[in-house]
Design a protein around this ligand. Structure first.
Ligand SMILES: C[S@@+](CC[C@H](N)C(=O)[O-])C[C@H]1O[C@@H](n2cnc3c(N)ncnc32)[C@H](O)[C@@H]1O
Length: 334
């Protein structure tokens, strides 16, 4: 008797449901085709929906009927589709982030490299897209812009300017946001603290997209944008260096190098705030995040982080939860 023969029907049905890729792909497809938007605009018949979305009516109907069975969309009369609560969730930014042509598509396809990643212990994103993740984004500015939008979206994390655990803002004259994306967090901090000057460090293409965010916030006069790699020496002499959602992208060797670059730039009197990617000791989060297939990165416990920081010449000075709910770690150069 094989192991499969031993399984109860409920156990094998559960595994089938857990390993079903059909429903996630159907959701990505209708999001890419903007079907929820079209229905919200009053186009409900399958033929006109398919014409509007420039796709095949029969195949689209099969996809929509599958989703109706799964509780997304309703079909009040045959061949006519309508939004229900779940389908309304597709309206707005969610739809954009599920679009297979943007960052949502990159993440979806990247899961196909998990087996290679597990075999080798390194990301295998390049096997699918031909380039490592960040290089692929630099080569595709439209996908990179969709990534920036995801990072700046409320769903990811609303930038909250209260990022200090100790001391007060009077001591801070310059903030350097390392890997600061298109500047959403830096803009919030500078808005809240008019005496502060900011430096935004990220890839040249990314900081070039920061202009409108900084201008809308009215802070562009106080921000210097620096297009460079954070693996190279960083602008020195800042009072506060921020690393938000950066270290969890990277394996230990690279994470340590980024920390070392921050330590040498912050020396002797600056400090470093790590926002995100470090978990309080004792808290366990075993669920995988896309970092494993995109970049090989991971969250670290505070103890694991302390070790990394020590090797990078940094000492953990304070830890705690910020008003945003983010667990933060403050480090000082040794
Ligand atoms: C997960 S995003 C976080 C962005 C921002 N800190 C936030 O929390 O919204 C990682 C950022 O690191 C930047 N990045 C990745 N590799 C980099 C490198 N070698 N040098 C500079 N920036 C890099 C990316 O462009 C991206 O903006």
């Amino acid at each position: 008797m094989t192991e499969t023969d031993d399984q109860t029907p409920a156990e094998s049905a559960n595994l089938s449901a857990l390993s079903d890729l059909c429903t996630p792909w159907c959701i990505h497809v209708v999001a890419t085709l903007r079907i929820a938007d079209h229905i919200a605009a009053g186009i409900t018949a399958i033929k006109t929906l398919a014409d509007k979305a420039e796709c095949n009516a029969d195949f689209l109907q099969r996809v929509l009927r599958h989703l109706v069975c799964k509780g997304v969309f309703v079909e009040p009369t045959p061949g006519q589709f309508a939004l229900n609560e779940a389908a309304r969730g597709l309206l707005g930014p969610t739809q954009q982030f599920l679009d297979l042509g943007g960052i949502g598509g990159r993440i979806a396809y990247a899961w196909g490299s998990l087996l290679s990643a597990v075999r080798t212990g390194a990301p295998a994103y390049h096997e699918i897209f031909g380039l490592p993740f960040w290089e692929d984004l630099q080569a595709h500015p439209d996908v990179a812009a969709s990534f920036d939008a995801l990072m700046g979206s409320a769903g990811h994390s609303t930038p909250n300017p209260e990022v200090l655990l100790t001391g007060d803002w009077e001591e801070v004259k310059t903030v350097v946001d390392v890997g600061g994306g298109t500047g959403a967090l830096l803009a919030e901090i500078l808005c809240a603290h008019p005496q502060i000057q900011g430096t935004l460090v990220d890839f040249p293409g990314t900081v070039a997209r920061a202009g409108s965010i900084l201008q809308e916030a009215g802070v562009s006069e106080r921000v210097r944008t620096v297009g460079q790699s954070f693996f190279d020496p960083l602008p020195a002499g800042g009072d506060l260096y921020l690393l938000k959602s950066i270290l969890n992208d990277w394996p230990d060797r690279e994470a340590q190098l980024i920390l070392s670059r921050c330590a040498e730039a912050a020396r002797p009197s600056g400090r470093l705030m790590i926002l995100g990617g470090v978990l309080p000791d004792g808290s366990v989060n075993s669920l995988l995040t896309p970092e494993i297939v995109l970049l090989g990165g991971k969250d670290r416990t505070l103890n694991e982080f302390r070790e990394l920081a020590h090797q990078a010449g940094l000492k953990v000075q304070a830890v705690g939860q910020l008003p945003s709910g983010c667990f933060a770690v403050e480090c000082h150069p040794m």
